[in-house]
Each structure stands twice: as C-alpha cells, then as structure tokens.
Design a protein around this ligand. Structure first.
Ligand SMILES: Nc1ncnc2c1ncn2[C@@H]1O[C@H](COP(=O)(O)OP(=O)(O)OP(=O)(O)O)[C@@H](O)[C@H]1O
Ligand code: SF4
Ligand SMILES: [Mg+2]
Length: 317
C-alpha cells in the first residue's frame, strides 16, 4: 500500500492556510493527502497543530480573510474554485461534516427535529412529515429509544454528548460520500463512543462512506482508520497504513505520541509545540527531538515516500 489512496475521492495538494492578524501566521503548509472511496483516513496530532483548519479549508468554512492556497479535488471538482452556490450544494449533501463544537452547530431557538429535518427538506425536497419521520429513524439508529420525543427537545435541554449524537445522525442522513468528523467522540461517555464507532463502521461497510476522522483518541483511530496522517505544527510529518503505523511509527514525534499513551507508560513528549507565528528554523520538531543533529536545526525536511509510507525526517533519506 502506497501513502496515496487508490480510487481517489478527495485529493488535497499543497494546501497552505494563513491568518492575518497583527502578524500573518501560517497555520498549514504543504498539506497533501488523498482519501479513497470508502476509506477512513485519520488526522492526529497535538492540540493546535491545524487539524480543524484542514477540515474547514476543505469545506471552505474558514473566515473570508484567511489566505488559502493549493488544490482540493473532490469527485472531479476543484473545491477551492467553485462558486459559493455550488460549494453549498456539496456541503451536507456530498460531504458531511461533524463539527468539533456541537453547541455552535445547533441553533438554540429551533427544536432538534426541526433542525435535523431542514437539510432533508432543502436538499432532498422531502415533505415536512416525511423528513421528520426520517429524523426519528436516524435517531433510533443512533440508539435513542424514545427518538420521537427527542425531536421536540431544544438543544439547551440536552447534554453536550446528546447534541453531538444528534449532529452525527444529521450528518449521515443525506448519505454523503465523504464524512469529515472532527473529534466526533468528544463529550461522549464510553458507551456512546462504542455506539459511535459501530455507527461509523456501519457507514463504511453498508454505505461505502469515506471518512476523514480527526481525533485525539488514538485507540478510536486504531480501531477505525485505514491510514493515519500525523500532523505537527501545521505539517504532515508521517502518513502510513494504520496497522504499520501503530506497530512501528517512524518519525520521532509519532514515536513520542504513541509512547504518551497510558498503555505505553504515559511518557509525555517533553516541551511544547512551537507558536505558529514564530516556528523554529529547520525541522519544526527539532527543539523537542531526542535524535536531532545540527543539520536538523538548519534545514527543513520534505515529506518523503519511504516504501509504503511517507515521513518528514532526515533520519529517513
Ligand atoms: N480563524 C482563525 N484565525 C486565526 N487563527 C486561527 C483561526 N483558526 C485557527 N487558528 C489557529 O490555527 C491553529 C490550528 O488550529 P486548529 O483549530 O486547526 O487546531 P487543532 O489541531 O484542531 O487543535 P485541537 O486538537 O485543539 O482541536 C491554532 O493555532 C489556531 O489558533
Ligand atoms: S529531522 Fe531531525 S529534528 Fe526533525 S524529527 Fe528528524 S531527527 Fe528529529
Ligand atoms: Mg480541532
């Protein structure tokens, strides 16, 4: 297996995102990856490394003043070049997204049923009653026994975890070919996480949905992902098939990430991620890397293909 997907559905090439402030900061640079039909690619990395910015850039949901370069091809369309109307049709219908912060994605003044039925009415032109019964069906699928009652609830009556599950149900109802799930397990208890896991597996097997899974939970990633892309300070530093990644990570940061898992002894990576506005010279990981050499502080490594994976580190020439 190559670091690229076969039957490519989504291809991101050289994505770069910058934000204007007092100073311009580069949040992402040289991000390239692909996702194949019905494939699950996980994006992992410490907080602030740019995972959500990748998701928002693909969906064109970044603030208008942000600078976005590169290409995002999806089903033969160049997403960054589409008119907003065309992009709006792709959002939700062909690419579903589960946002990291469920409370921001739900409108507090409408009932759950009303909000979840809306995309079915707009995109599928379903009648109100049919759309509502589809919502009830989707909530039942998610394990809500009294689903019909929940459609009358408002977001503020429900816990963050419940709202997250409502949004997951909503994002899958239109049968998107690609689902972007940004920390879908956040706020869910262990039982809900295993239900969510089963739901995502079902989507893959039964509906052939491809998934871009963003998660801090490496156990969840290991159980769901076909391939894993590790991000550090706005760059991909390793991309590999999931089984070989968890068996033998190559990049020193990936090794540190896996060693920080409780089952591996909870050894944290010393130091902190660099500030985006002031990254270190050379390899961005060098201040924290136990294997750095002088050249690592001066030269910036490229992401290179090594057999079936890609690694950004001079240890792998
Ligand atoms: N609209 C914005 N304007 C300015 N900076 C932003 C904006 N959105 C994100 N950033 C910055 O980009 C960087 C990457 O943020 P991002 O939210 O993608 O991180 P993340 O990897 O998703 O982290 P977490 O795991 O905590 O969700 C952060 O430093 C963040 O402050
Ligand atoms: S390039 Fe050098 S500093 Fe960077 S991860 Fe590799 S060994 Fe460490
Ligand atoms: Mg995030």
């Amino acid at each position: 297996m190559k670091p690229h997907a076969t039957n490519t559905l989504l291809e991101v090439r050289d994505l770069e995102v910058s934000f204007q402030g007092i100073k311009t900061i580069t949040a992402l640079s040289g991000i390239s990856f692909s996702i194949g039909e019905s494939e699950t690619l996980a994006l992992v990395g410490e907080t602030g490394c740019g995972k959500s910015v990748v998701a928002h850039a693909i969906m064109r949901l970044l603030p208008p003043e942000s600078g976005v370069k590169g290409t995002v091809e999806f089903g033969g369309k160049s997403l960054l070049e589409l008119r907003e109307k065309e992009m709006a049709e792709i959002r939700g219908k062909e690419i579903g997204i589960i946002f990291q912060n469920p409370s921001l994605a739900l409108n507090p003044v409408y009932s759950i049923g009303h909000q979840l039925a809306e995309p079915l009415r707009v995109n599928r032109k379903e009648k109100k009653e049919k759309a509502l019964s589809m919502v009830v069906g989707a909530l039942k699928n998610m394990g809500f026994a009294n689903a019909a009652e929940y459609t009358r609830y408002y977001p503020s009556w429900c816990s963050g975890g419940m709202n997250q599950r409502f949004l997951i149900a909503a994002s899958t109802m239109l049968d998107p070919v690609l689902l972007i799930a940004d920390e879908p397990g956040k706020g869910l208890d262990r039982k809900c996480i295993s239900e969510l896991e089963a739901e995502l597996k079902k989507l893959k097997v039964e509906k052939k949905t491809a998934l871009l899974l963003i998660s801090h939970d490496l156990g969840f990633v290991q159980r769901l992902a076909d391939r894993v892309a590790v991000m550090y300070a706005g760059e991909i530093i390793e991309l590999a098939e999931s089984s070989s990644f968890f068996e033998r990570p190559l990049h020193p940061y990936s090794k540190g990430l896996l060693n920080s898992l409780p089952e591996k002894g909870f050894i944290p990576i010393p130091g902190f991620s660099p500030p985006l506005g002031n990254p270190p010279s050379g390899c961005k990981f060098h201040p924290r890397c136990p294997l750095r050499e002088k050249s690592c502080t001066e030269n910036h490594p490229e992401l290179k293909e090594i057999g079936e994976r890609a690694v950004r580190c001079f240890l792998y020439p």
